[in-house]
Each structure stands twice: as C-alpha cells, then as structure tokens.
Design a protein around this ligand. Structure first.
Ligand SMILES: [Fe+2]
Length: 263
C-alpha cells in the first residue's frame, strides 16, 4: 500500500478539540455537582437553624411548665400551712435547711434539688386535721394528739402514686418526718436506717425551726438553747450523722434563719 493510501487517523487538532470538549463537559458536570452540594449544604444549615430554634422553644416551654409545676406545689403547701403558720417563711427556711444538710451529707445534686421542692410538703396532711385541734392554743389531749399524728398518713395518701420523683420523695418525707432514730416516733415506729434519709433530714430541720420560732403557745428559743436540745437528742430523736453535719454547718443555718424572717 502506498504512502498516500494509508487510512488517516484523527489529526492532532481533532484530538485536542475532543479533549477540550470532554474537559468542558467534565467541568460543567463538576460545576453542577458543586452547585447541588452547595444547595444541600444551605438546606442542612437551614435545618440546623430550624432545629436550634425548635430546641430553644422546647426548652422555654419546658422551663415554663416546670415553673408552673413548682408554683402549684408551693401553693398547695401554702394552702396546707395557711391556718397553722403565720407566714410561708417556715417552709422556706425548712427547704433551705434541708438542702444544705443534704448537700453537706454528700447527696447527689439532683436529690438535693428534689429535697428543696419536696421538704415543704412534709405537713401537707394537716389539711385533713380539724381546726379545733390544729389551731388549739393549749396542749392537746391524748386523743387529740392521736388525730394530729395522722397528718403524716393523710399527707402520704395525698401524695401517693405519683410518677414524679419530687412527689415520690414528698410522700416518703410526709410519712417519715416524725419517726425517731430510737424507734419512738410515729406513725410506724421505724428506727435508724429504716427511716428514709430525707425524712431524717426534714425531722431535724423541722424541729430546729419549730424550736427557734414563735408559736401561739411559746416564745422562740435562742439558737444556743435549741442546739443544746438537739445535741441531747443525738441518737435519740435524731440521726447522729445528720446532727453532726447540722452542727458543723451551724453558721450557714443561722444565716438562712436570719435571711428568711417574717416581715
Ligand atoms: Fe409534721
């Protein structure tokens, strides 16, 4: 075959043109992909923004609900204490004494938080005690005292069967805050570690506040006198560990007492 009859392949310029066209195609396709990626990215950013906004709104709603929940509890407590106490200061002090003792005893933060809200409900059962007994200025008769004791059971019944941790703890406190370390308390006569810790803490905080507050039948005792009584009741009425922690932190207790006083 002669030189001039050889089949002609694509010329260099044709090949270059083909490469250029391919490259343009690749470039276009890459550009398209990048555009799609950018659009996806923008969409994701928008989703993230929407999600953040929803979380913020949910948090605000949760906060509002929680505040309404604790406000309701507080008002239930005020209703129960209305006839019995001059002001709501007793429950405020109680709550703070209990939280301080619980924290110093090393209880987890969540439990300390629950005690703050549950402790004020300890006497909620007094709502079921007749006024003639609840508001009697003098000493109660034996029969009247038996009825008065039932505020522990009434309170526990009011608070029973809740799924909320705070109310479960409040039920436990209502039934156990008049038990004594030596087993001579009521209503069940439990002793030592058989009394729930929260009940032991509330028992001491309640007694200290009652001793150092004015009541229709008595003037407030000075703190020193109240402390002497509590020391004598160590291992009798009160859990010795709770008494020790209470005494170790008496400065803070007295500070709470000074800050939360009747107007
Ligand atoms: Fe009580």
């Amino acid at each position: 075959m002669g030189k001039n009859n050889r089949p002609r392949g694509p010329s260099n310029s044709d090949q270059l043109k083909k490469y250029a066209e391919d490259l343009t195609e690749v470039y276009k396709s890459e550009k398209e992909k990048r555009k799609e990626l950018e659009a996806s990215k923008q969409q994701l950013v928008k989703y993230a923004d929407d999600l953040n906004q929803t979380i913020l709104e949910l948090k605000a709603a949760h906060q509002e609900l929680q505040e309404a929940y604790f406000d309701t509890i507080h008002r239930l407590v005020l209703a129960a204490e209305y006839k019995d106490e001059d002001t709501g200061d007793h429950i405020k002090r109680m709550s703070q004494y209990c939280a301080l003792i619980a924290e110093k005893l090393g209880m987890p933060a969540k439990e300390v938080q629950n005690i703050i809200y549950a402790a004020p409900m300890h006497d909620v059962g007094k709502i079921g005690i007749p006024d003639s007994i609840l508001m009697k200025p003098g000493k109660l008769t034996k029969e009247e005292f038996e009825i008065m004791k039932s505020h522990t059971i009434i309170g526990a019944n009011i608070l029973a069967n809740s799924k909320a941790e705070v109310l479960k703890l409040a039920e436990q406190i209502a039934i156990s805050h008049h038990e004594k370390w030596n087993g001579k308390g009521y209503p069940q006569g439990f002793s030592g570690d058989n009394i729930p810790m929260a009940g032991r803490i509330v028992g001491l905080a309640d007694a200290f506040d009652a001793l150092t507050s004015k009541r229709p039948y008595k003037e407030p005792f000075p703190v020193e006198v109240a402390l002497d009584i509590i020391k004598k009741e160590r291992e009798q009425h009160f859990d010795p560990d709770v008494v020790d922690v209470f005494l170790e932190n008496i400065d803070e207790i007295v500070k709470i007492k000074a800050e939360v006083v009747s107007a």
